[in-house]
Design a binder for this molecule. Structure first.
Ligand code: TYD
Ligand code: MG
Length: 481
């Protein structure tokens, strides 16, 4: 009879020992030793005498039963998820109370149910009648969504295990769910985590996609569900300024798609309307002819988005001047201000500075540096920028204007919306394509831009001639002629 070849193998580094011990001497990890049969890698406990099961081998061609992704019927939502909901995946949708999460999901689920899929909507916050009322208001009462107001995860899982597997289940919201397996109250981290775990297990087992709705705390984090964030496949954040109609859906994390795409919606009396051309929306209420505004030609994901940056530079009465920014990175603003001071001779230390991205959009691109600088200088010297110009470019600490990606897409969008000229990095002129129909003012250093804007300011001060008449900077005219 063969000698027993049992040994204890570290699950971290693979070192083997002939007796159990708490610490692996090879890698220093604790509690990583497990009993294994040295003749094979299968632990003794699950080694069995049964013969292997046979399975059918298939050809490459053949009918696939179902698309792996389920389109929501809303282009803007699909864009953010990366083309629809993946089978067996779990998504977390976060946002402030009242931002429109339930509205968005009611609309999406109704469209999918109408397309013939089994869709279940579980509301833990509202009664069935309230959900019905909303659907009625949205004109979606006829959609065959299966609705329930429930909060017990065990009840939900056993109900949904019967019959056909739903394609999509919405849980509105995860904070209201509770499970018997843990003792703490609903809404606590332990409950939220345990409930989410149970639902995620259900999704992976059955292949149903699940959307968890999560509330957000004041500092913008998804409350409690912070712990859920790393358990789910994707986290979408629904943002917007309460007073404005625009809502932006952004992927914060996505295992099955991009994380830089945004979906833009407008809240109307009849629910959320998809906005397919966000630039038009963000520029719709432009303050034409006010110093301190510049249009930034940005990129959100794969889509160009034009947005107005508004700056106000005013003498301060405080010892430490104020720097306030909405919709952009405050440290990025500090950097632009420092470069303006150090390299362009623009003194801002005696001024309060406010910068705002119009329309409630949040910009993450460094390409906004140039537009921000233009708006700031324009406000400081009280000179209006040309209303038909867009700006983009990254500013380096040495004051050089650096190239940014996707120049042609930015220019094309600007031309489409009727802009006549673009101020862009010198080095980007090469990939501009030249067919966009815009006149290009390519600049190499921030100093050039500041001089051009300052010239507009002094010209306006000297004569009463309209600023627009002499708008074209000298450099720019030379380039054209
Ligand atoms: P809701 O989807 O309930 O928000 P959440 O689930 O994120 O808490 O939406 C609430 C707000 O949306 C509410 O203040 C009213 C507004 N709303 C409209 O303006 N139009 C509509 O058609 C609907 C259904 C809601
Ligand atoms: Mg809600």
């Amino acid at each position: 009879m063969a000698k027993s070849t049992l040994s204890f193998v570290c699950q971290n580094c693979g070192a083997a020992y002939n007796r159990w011990q708490g610490k692996c001497e090879s890698c220093g990890e604790w509690n990583t030793l497990a009993e294994e049969d040295a003749t094979g890698s299968v632990p003794v406990s699950i080694r069995s005498k049964r013969k292997g099961r046979t399975f059918a081998l298939e050809s490459l061609s053949g009918k696939t039963q179902d698309a792996p992704r389920l389109s929501s019927g809303m282009t803007e939502l699909d864009r953010v998820t990366g083309g629809g909901f993946v089978r067996g995946s779990v998504l977390l949708v976060g946002g402030d109370p009242g931002i429109g999460k339930s509205t968005l999901l009611t609309q999406a689920t109704s469209l999918m149910a109408r397309a013939g899929h089994r869709i279940v909507y579980i509301s833990g916050e509202e009664a069935v009648a309230q959900v019905r009322l909303r659907a009625e208001r949205l004109g979606l009462s006829d959609a065959p969504v299966q609705l329930a107001a429930e909060t017990s995860v065990e009840d939900i899982v056993s109900t949904l295990s019967e019959g056909a597997v739903p394609r999509l289940i919405v849980i509105d919201s995860i904070q209201t769910m509770w499970t018997d397996t843990v003792e703490s109250a609903p809404g606590t981290v332990t409950q939220v985590r345990a409930s989410a775990q149970a639902l995620i297990r259900f999704a992976k087992k059955t292949g149903a996609a699940i959307i968890l709705v999560g509330h957000v705390t004041k500092d913008g984090q998804i409350a409690g569900p912070r712990v859920v964030e790393h358990m789910v496949d994707a986290v979408l954040s629904f943002e917007g300024e309460g007073s404005q109609q625009f809502r932006i859906l952004r992927a914060v994390k996505n295992r099955f798609g991009p994380t830089d795409e945004i979906g833009v919606f407008e809240m109307t009396g009849l629910g959320l309307r998809e906005v397919t051309n966000p630039s038009e929306l963000f520029l719709s209420e432009r303050d034409l002819g006010t110093p301190g505004t510049a249009v930034f030609a940005g990129i959100e994901g794969t889509r160009p988005v034009l947005v107005e940056l508004q700056a106000l530079v005013a003498p301060t009465s405080l010892g430490t001047p104020r720097r306030a920014v909405v919709g952009w990175d405050p440290s990025r603003l500090s950097m632009v201000l420092a470069v303006l001071e150090a390299h362009c001779g623009v003194k801002l230390s005696g001024h309060d500075v406010y910068l705002n991205v119009a329309g409630g959009l949040r910009i993450h691109e460094p390409a906004a540096d140039l537009a921000a600088a233009a708006a700031l200088v324009s406000s400081l010297v009280n000179a209006q920028l040309p209303t038909d110009a867009v700006y983009f470019g990254e500013i380096s600490l040495s004051g050089v204007v650096r190239p940014v990606a996707q120049t042609p897409a930015r220019l094309k969008e600007a031309a489409k919306l009727g802009f006549q000229r673009a101020v862009l990095p010198e080095s980007a002129r090469g990939d501009a394509g030249g067919d966009a129909g815009l006149s290009l003012n390519a600049i190499n250093s921030l100093t050039t831009l500041v001089a051009e804007i300052a010239a507009r300011g002094s010209r306006r001060g000297e004569s009463n001639a309209p600023a627009e008449k002499n708008a074209t900077p000298a450099r720019f005219r030379r380039g054209e002629g």
